[in-house]
Design a protein around this ligand. Structure first.
Ligand code: ATP
Ligand code: MG
Length: 347
């Protein structure tokens, strides 16, 4: 971790000690430190009133509290560094897939509500460097064995977004699902139906932002997750599986993957996909535009006529979508026509 962040954490630990509460870094932050990776964000849990501590830290350390939520969480910014500071919580699920009911709890309660053992560890920072790691679910052992393991049998029923998260971690961290976790995942695929669209959309975006997104999509398909999410995704993922050049495209955007997948959908599948995941605004437009372009491309292939007349129609499309469609069709007349068009209209 960068020295500036370590120093800030040290100060957060000292201030929390003065204020009389125990404070820990938790979750993915601890996992990444143990793996020698740079954590993407710094999650902090407080055994006590986390929101109050956030305000105290902001005033003592010259920061600001950006937001607080009814789930006892807050976002703090100090000297350009962001921290998520939350009150240690206990959770219960009123019904599968629903958002949990949250109340203040102990550190153990807070670790017990987490998705996987490797994400359920904490490191106390009151006295930085002196305290043992809290690891009640064997996260370190699972890290050593490179396995993703749920904490309780009902984990995927309580929150099926964990199905999508599990595959993301497998590929990102080069790990595998522990046997029991894999069978639980497979037998709970139908629980994805209990999750609201916006939550699935958020997890899908996280897949799309991963460098190994292709591997995630293919693994998800092998496990039956793609089918369970939305049938319409199948053909796009089949294309990804076949086209090895795509596997090297490490950092693509959400727009790229959405467009690629939408290209292989028919009109009804697009409608269903948009409705199920609740796409709106720009992203919904990308999906529809790709779908329309595919119809144009199909007619190009039918007539085998990459002439200028067709190129006129291409004026209606965003260049980023045109590039993706050209890539998909890089060995046929469609790709050729779009490439000519793009080279002519390059400013
Ligand atoms: P990343 O490196 O992508 O940020 P992360 O593990 O930090 O990965 P976040 O989405 O930032 O993941 O969430 C922080 C922590 O919150 C996780 O490590 C995990 O302990 C917990 N968490 C997040 N989502 C869930 C969930 N759906 N169910 C249970 N615990 C979760
Ligand atoms: Mg994180």
């Amino acid at each position: 971790m960068p020295p500036i962040k370590l120093e800030l954490l040290n100060n957060i630990g000292k201030t929390a000690t003065d204020y009389g509460v125990s404070v820990y870094i938790v979750g993915g932050t601890v996992r990444d430190i143990l793996l020698g990776r740079t954590p993407r964000d710094i999650d902090i849990v407080v055994e006590g009133d986390g929101i109050k501590l956030s305000h105290i830290l902001a005033s003592k350390m010259g920061g600001s509290v950006l937001s607080v939520s009814r789930f006892l969480t807050s976002k703090l910014r100090i000297k350009g560094n962001a921290f998520d500071i939350v009150t240690a919580r206990r959770e219960s699920y009123p019904r599968p897939g629903a958002l949990p009911i949250v109340s203040q709890g102990s550190l153990r309660d807070d670790l017990a509500r987490r998705d996987f053992s490797i994400n359920a560890m904490a490191l106390r920072i009151n006295a930085w460097g002196q305290e043992q790691i809290a690891d009640p679910f064997g996260g370190q052992k699972d890290l050593e064995h490179s396995q993703i393991r749920i904490l309780q049998e009902t984990s995927f029923q309580d929150d099926a977004t964990r199905i999508m998260r599990a595959i993301k971690y497998e590929k990102r961290l080069g790990m595998v699902l522990e046997k029991g976790t894999e069978s639980s995942l497979i037998s709970n695929l139908s629980m994805l139906d209990t999750i609201e669209g916006y939550r699935l959309r958020k997890e899908l975006k996280l897949w799309f932002e991963e460098p190994l997104c292709s591997s995630i999509l293919v693994r998800a398909s092998d496990l039956g997750v793609i089918e369970a999410l939305d049938n319409g995704l199948n053909q796009g993922v089949t294309f990804v599986r076949k086209e090895s050049w795509l596997w090297d495209k490490k950092m693509e955007t959400e727009r790229f993957w959405l467009s690629l997948i939408a290209y292989f959908m028919n009109y009804d599948e697009c409608s269903h996909f948009i409705a199920r995941f609740g796409f709106r605004g720009g992203l919904a437009k990308i999906i529809w535009a790709t779908n329309r372009l595919k119809c144009l491309a199909d007619s190009l292939i039918l007539t085998d006529k990459g002439d200028l007349q067709y190129q006129r129609y291409l004026d209606c499309y965003d260049h980023s979508i045109l590039r993706i469609v050209a890539l998909i069709n890089r060995n046929n007349i469609v790709g050729e026509t779009i490439d000519i068009y793009l080279s002519k209209t390059k400013s």
